[in-house]
Design a protein around this ligand. Structure first.
Ligand code: SAH
Ligand code: DHB
Ligand code: MG
Length: 223
C-alpha cells in the first residue's frame, strides 16, 4: 500500500469515528464542488480540530481569513455561543456567495459575517469598527500575505488568543531553502515570525491525510 493510501484510509477512519459529517457539511462540500470551487477546504479531522480549539478558547469572537465555501467556517462557528460572532474574509465574490448559502443552510447566518474583497482591504475596515478582540484567528488565504495577516491578527486578538495558520508545511517544501515560490516563502515567513515575535509563542504540527502532507501553525498571543 502506498504511503498516501494509508493516509487516506486513516483519515477516512478518523472522519467516520471522530469527526462524522452531517447533512449540512456534506451539502457544503457538494455545493462548493458543483459551483467549481477548488477542493482545498480543511479535512473533517482538521475541521474538528478547529472546532475543539474554538471551544478550548471559550471563543465568542472568531476571525477567519479565507472562507472558500464556508466549510471551516461552519466547523468553527458551531463552537460559538448564541451571541458569538465569526467574521470571515473572502476575496472571491463567487466563493463568498456559495459560502453564504452554505452558512445559511447551517442555520449560522446570524453568527457569521462574510465580507467580500481582498483581506488586506477588509482588515483595516474591520479594525475601524473597534470589534471586540478575537479569541481565535484562522489564517487560510493567499500564503504570500501570511505575515501581514499575522500582524493584523496580533492587533485584533486578545492576550491569550490563538492564531492558527494553515498550510505551513506544503509537502515539506517549507524546510527546503531552494524552494522560493511565493506560497512556500509565505509559509516559512509565518513560522519564522511566530518563532521570533515577542508577543507570540507557538509551534507547527505536520499533518497527513486526505489533503496530502501539510501542517498547521498554532500561536498564542502573549500580553
Ligand atoms: N478556510 C477554507 C479554505 C480557504 S481556501 C476551508 O478550510 O474551508 C483559500 C481562500 O482564500 C480561497 O477561497 C481564496 O479565494 C481566498 N483568498 C485568496 N486570496 C485572498 C485575499 N487576498 N483576501 C481574501 N481571501 C483570499
Ligand atoms: C491551497 C490553499 C489552501 O488553503 C489549502 O489548504 C490547500 C491548497 C492552494 O492554494 O493550492
Ligand atoms: Mg488551507
Amino acid at each position: 500500500m502506498s504511503e498516501s493510501q494509508v493516509w487516506d484510509d486513516v483519515d477516512a477512519y478518523v472522519h467516520e469515528h471522530l469527526a462524522p459529517d452531517d447533512d449540512v457539511l456534506t451539502a457544503t462540500l457538494r455545493d462548493s464542488d458543483a459551483a467549481g470551487l477548488p477542493p482545498i477546504s480543511v479535512t473533517a479531522a482538521q475541521g474538528k480540530l478547529l472546532h475543539l480549539l474554538a471551544s478550548l478558547q471559550g471563543a465568542r469572537n472568531i476571525l477567519e481569513i479565507g472562507t472558500l465555501g464556508g466549510y471551516s467556517t461552519i466547523w468553527m462557528a458551531r463552537a460559538l455561543p448564541a451571541d458569538g460572532r465569526l467574521v470571515t474574509l473572502e476575496y472571491s465574490a463567487l466563493h463568498a456567495e456559495v459560502a453564504g448559502r452554505n452558512i445559511a443552510r447551517a442555520g449560522l447566518e446570524s453568527l457569521v459575517d462574510v465580507r467580500v474583497g481582498p483581506a488586506l482591504e477588509s482588515l483595516p475596515r474591520l479594525a475601524d469598527e473597534n470589534p471586540p478582540p478575537f479569541d481565535l484567528v484562522f489564517i487560510d488565504a493567499d500564503k504570500g500575505n501570511n505575515t501581514r495577516y499575522l500582524e493584523w491578527a496580533l492587533r485584533l486578538t486578545r492576550a491569550g488568543g490563538l492564531i492558527v495558520v494553515d498550510n505551513v508545511v506544503r509537502g515539506g517544501k517549507v524546510a527546503d531553502p531552494d524552494d522560493t515560490t511565493e506560497g512556500v516563502r509565505g509559509s516559512r515567513a509565518a513560522l519564522e515570525m511566530i518563532g521570533s515575535h515577542p508577543r507570540l509563542t507557538g509551534t507547527a504540527i505536520q499533518t497527513v491525510g486526505a489533503k496530502g502532507y501539510d501542517g498547521f501553525a498554532l500561536a498564542r498571543v502573549l500580553a
